[in-house]
Design a binder for this molecule. Sequence first.
Ligand code: NAP
Ligand code: ZN
Length: 342
Amino acid sequence: MKAVRLEAVGSIALRDVPKPAPGPEDLLVRIEACGVCGTDRHLFHGEFPCRPPVTPGHEFSGIIEAVGSGVSGFSVGDRVTGDPNIACGRCGHCHAGRVNLCRNLNAIGIHRDGGFADYVLLPQKQAFRLPANLKPTHGAFCEPLACCLHGIDLAGIRPGASVVVLGGGVIGLVTVQLARLAGASTIILSTRQASRRALAEELGATATVDPGAGDVIDAISGPKGLVPGGVDVVLECAGVRDTVEQSMRIAKAGGTVIIVGVVPQGMKVEIEPFDLLFRELKVLGSFLNPFTHGRAAELIASGAIEIDRLISRQVPLEEAAAVIANPPAPGEVKVLVVPGRG
Ligand code: NAP
Ligand code: ZN
């Protein structure tokens, strides 16, 4: 079979590799689609720890082609999505139900071979069934959706709440949709690219802000802003210093800030502890997808999340290495790798 191999930092190419044989607990899944994520680019540049040689790709779904001898509840021909984050189940965090904090996390597409290939091995405990009539490309969105769901869960959005999302990549655009489903009545997205602001308004944002056009804090929470005094919940989905600093100024007193974006390790931001204390802000990190992958699969299956407009391009396996090795094109939201499309 074909697989995109990250052979070392800065070295990625399509190779012929043996088709894997399922162990007793494994499903052999023929990939229908696998999303390219910023993390794949970080792996290529050596900015995220992994163990090359490895096949990246952690946002995948496909059709079961074979099952191991110990598999039950799944059959050949089923469409499945995989939660790539395999927790050890034995460490203190796993025992406490904090599986995303597992000390021995073993992730498909990072530590073991993933979905930029014709086939992937998926342990049955990481698999979730998808409907047979689902569009094959939609299953690849379960993983990013599951991460956004964790952020939304932590945010505790109540009907009528005011919400700001900072950053209009796929994570921000999915988070806007989830905030709408959670009942927020005001949903403001700040992102630099006009095409993404327009898309966000179609997906449920009640207003958008261009961070290049003036002070974002004034525009949102200033006396003449969209929500004078600030909003109930801010979800930081850009992972840059500016937006992290803005997030704590845009939340109202008693409000909640969720940090979803991955700021480069070691980068520092300015915060004013007095402000945190005086306005009793809650600032929480949201990491991965603890116990949200099944709900993500349900949501995708229900059609409640607009997916098609988030797909910018579909490319064959032959083009995947180049997509990963290069920065995203302007306006691009999600690129899907679809084996056999070439
Ligand atoms: P992305 O496409 O890079 O989205 C981030 C977007 O933020 C950028 O595309 C950019 O869009 C926007 N941005 C940059 N600077 C900005 C600024 N000053 N003000 C407003 N917006 C700004 O990546 P993504 O896939 O959506 O992911 C978003 C973040 O979440 C990344 O840091 C990613 O690593 C992280 N992530 C976290 C988890 C988790 O478990 N916590 C899971 C998945 C991803 P414009 O060009 O339009 O401004
Ligand atoms: Zn563990």
